[in-house]
Design a protein around this ligand. Structure first.
Ligand SMILES: [Zn+2]
Ligand SMILES: [Zn+2]
Length: 346
């Protein structure tokens, strides 16, 4: 199993992918590179250091090609940072064969922007404990390429709904209510393109769903050089494992669209929905960019994430009991004061 990294052709220092310029920049001499610079005319990679890794009970031990330090990683890590020298180590075998991603959306937002988003998130959260997002926590933001499968699907959907229209009027003696009962049916065929499902069990489905959508126009042919400066995982759930989840999303959307198309009633009840799903082509294996931050607070892990392409941000934060108590006390005090004032006026 090989481990590789990418080096500056001029000074051999490490290179990092720069989201703003979409180029690779040498941290030492500042030389900029494009993808073409890493390959010779035959398409072979050049100036890539490699070293052998050893497999030990699912954990991989390897020597950093840069500083020689020994690093241990789990069986799904595909790119990681050497904790000693900060170099990105890319496990080439985890991007090969069935694990070779077809395309990647390179990071468009920078670490600084992610830190800024995390910091300003803090400002808007009145009840969040002050110590939760301290500087030390915020600096642990990492850029991760997360494996996804993208599905193209067609759903033949049909919904059967009982619907009621109500009409009421009154005269001097009575109030009248007239109810008309209808049976409404809607059918439709819907085509879905690129339904994403994250393919790593390490990341919560909820969070990955929440940072959507990605703009798939930015998908570009995969090259491991894009991993420079980031972490990456390979999939541990394959396209078959995830099929039901993708189908579920397509069916739910079809159901919602058909249901919402039945308009003009006072109430609706679904009798039956059927959705026949057929899959179009082979699901595509891609890497999508996400900034992640995990914060441990009072024994619980809170995850925050930012879409590495669009900057969309989501997070769960704890609520400070003390702050809620203070707010409750203030509101109660104001109410008491108002009652007091009203009392005085009467
Ligand atoms: Zn250089
Ligand atoms: Zn190192």
């Amino acid at each position: 199993m090989g481990v590789s990294d990418h080096k500056c052709l001029a000074c051999n220092a490490k290179l990092k992918f720069e989201p703003k310029s979409q180029k690779w920049v040498c941290e030492y001499c500042g030389t900029e590179y494009t993808l073409k610079d890493f390959e010779d005319e035959k398409g072979n990679k050049k100036n890539t250091n490699t070293s052998k890794a050893r497999n030990n009970n699912g954990y991989l031990e390897y020597h950093c090609p840069d500083c020689g330090a020994q690093i241990v990683m789990d069986e799904n890590t595909a790119a990681t940072e050497c904790v000693y020298c900060g170099n990105t180590a890319i496990i080439t075998e985890r991007f090969e064969g069935k694990f070779e991603p077809k395309r990647v959306i390179p990071f468009k937002t920078t670490k600084e922007e992610a830190i800024e988003a995390f910091s300003s998130y803090k400002k808007g959260k009145v009840f969040m404990p002050k110590e939760f997002l301290n500087k030390n926590n915020i600096e642990k933001v990492s850029g991760v390429y997360i494996p996804f499968f993208l599905y193209d699907m067609i759903v033949d959907g049909s919904i059967d709904v009982d619907a009621v229209k109500e009409h009421s009027w009154s005269d001097s003696d009575f109030k009248y209510v007239k109810k008309d009962y209808y049976n409404a049916v809607r059918e439709g065929t819907m085509a879905f393109e690129k339904i994403p499902t994250d393919a790593s069990q390490k990341f919560s489905d909820d969070i990955m769903d929440s940072i959507e959508p990605f703009n798939y126009n930015d998908l570009t042919a995969f090259n491991s050089s894009y991993m420079s400066g980031f972490l990456a995982e390979k999939y541990d759930l394959d396209a078959n494992d995830l099929l039901a989840r993708a189908e579920g999303r397509a069916k739910q959307t079809t159901r919602d669209i058909l249901y919402n198309d039945i308009r003009g009633y006072n109430s609706k009840k679904v009798n039956e929905f059927t959705g026949d799903v057929s899959i179009n082509g082979v699901p595509e294996y891609v890497m999508l960019p996400v900034w992640m931050m995990n914060v441990k607070y009072e024994g619980k892990i809170y995850t925050m994430a930012m879409n590495g392409q669009t900057g969309k941000f989501i997070g769960n934060v704890p609520i400070s009991k003390r702050k809620v108590a203070i707010a409750w006390f203030s509101i109660t005090a104001i109410v008491a004061l108002i009652i007091g004032i009203i009392g005085m006026c009467i």
